[in-house]
Design a protein around this ligand. Sequence first.
Ligand SMILES: Cc1ncc(CO)c(N)n1
Length: 218
Amino acid sequence: MTANASSAFSDRLVSENQTVWDAMQTHRFVEELASGTMPEQAFHRYLVYEGAFVATAVRIFSLALAKAPTIEDQRWLHGVVGALLTEQLAYFERAYRDLGVDPAAFDRTAPGFTAFDRGMLTIAETGGFSDIVTAMFCAEWMYLNWCRAALARMEGQGFPREWVALHVAPGFEAQAVWLKSRIDALAGEMDQSERQRLTVLFGKVVELEIAFHTAAFG
Ligand SMILES: Cc1ncc(CO)c(N)n1
């Protein structure tokens, strides 16, 4: 047995898409946020896109809840949807107010934003539970990883640092780990072609993420 064959499916989703994964981990957005060199306008545009995506994430996780195979999954996802509708949406309202950001002043038809937002929702609408878990595992595991590395480089940078810290906090980590263990359990029941299909889907989500973060620069 090769090392690759014995590693978790979730780890193979990353390693089979290593080139695009690394491109996202070292994206201009990540570099500039970590080094404190991102233009303010880009960070504000990013927060507007992120705030819009929270509303989409409510729909995505609600579709996951509807399609989930077990009550335990549904109980967990109910908590996720609840947190998005309360803490997360409130966070963006507060952020826009404190930073003086008017979301209406930003173009939300930028292709990089719409491709990601529409693309992720389409996966949730047309795909099964495994598709949604794969896509959101990709999104959250990717953030957990770059935010951990970036946070170590960030000191006294106010709001951007707070944002990055939020994505290494225990609550976010628990959610990323839940998605990881869930896709690993689901993979045990899958045939090779289904695993391959989800590996391609994972790569597509990383590409959408790259376009989303590029769009922040206008
Ligand atoms: C665009 C994007 N991808 C992933 C995450 C992780 O939750 C996020 N907050 N935003």
